[in-house]
Design a protein around this ligand. Structure first.
Ligand code: TYD
Length: 206
């Protein structure tokens, strides 16, 4: 493996993807890989300001404003952080990326899915994840895990989150090579085994 890898972690709020991302980080580092952990929205300084609006602004945020804020964060993140790290040979693990926009703003909010895919392309400037892990969990379980302290996106409601879940599943069917489905209703240990096996396969292929 002489070039880095780009692996994205996707799924509902409460799917457990961030826990798995951290377990995978430790696992890969023990194997001697250089790993970088990042997330969208809001990994970097400018992005943190965008994240603050997206998750905590208490006025009205128009759907298209929300969309462009997620895309603006992504464009900056890809250009100044993700691409340089991949080029340096690192494994970049990213908590949410393009599929979140299609699932949440497209399937969830009801904006034009095809258009969002094109806007994503513009934002990432020819970067596609080598692998995307989709942590799928029933919406009821996910909402229970999130609890009562909800941010602006988490507070939208059950129907919205069901549409997001279906959107993710649709994306997985369209891209079975890139997006691997993981049953995240299972225990942390079982989900970790499944995740690890998929990543080992990817590394062996490279
Ligand atoms: P975050 O606290 O990072 O949630 P999580 O730990 O579940 O990833 O919040 C990000 C929220 O923003 C989450 O509800 C999903 C949403 N989101 C979108 O709606 N569109 C996007 O493009 C991205 C990246 C995130």
């Amino acid at each position: 493996m002489n070039k880095g890898l780009f692996i994205t972690f996707e799924g509902a709020d409460g799917s457990g993807k961030t826990t798995q991302l951290n377990l995978i980080k430790n696992f890969l580092e023990e194997k001697g890989f250089e790993v970088v952990v990042t997330r969208e929205p809001g990994a970097l300084d400018l992005g943190k300001k965008i994240r603050e609006i997206l998750l905590h602004y208490d006025g009205v945020v128009a759907d298209r404003c929300e969309l462009f804020l997620f895309l603006a964060d992504r464009a900056q993140h890809v250009e100044t952080f993700i691409k340089p790290n991949i080029e340096q040979g690192k494994i970049v693990l990213c908590d949410r990326h393009t599929d979140s926009t299609v699932a949440y703003q497209g399937y969830g909010r009801g904006q034009d899915v095809k258009l969002l895919k094109d806007l994503n392309k513009l934002a990432v400037n020819n970067l596609t994840p080598d692998l995307t892990l989709l942590f799928d969990v029933s919406t009821e379980v996910a909402q229970q895990r999130v609890g009562n302290e909800k941010d602006r996106m988490e507070a939208i409601g059950l129907e919205f989150h069901k549409k997001v879940r279906n959107g993710y599943l649709e994306l997985q069917k369209e891209n079975p090579e890139r997006i691997k489905l993981i049953n995240a209703n299972n225990s942390i240990e079982t989900v970790f085994e499944d995740t690890k096996n998929i990543i080992i396969n990817l590394i062996e292929e490279k």
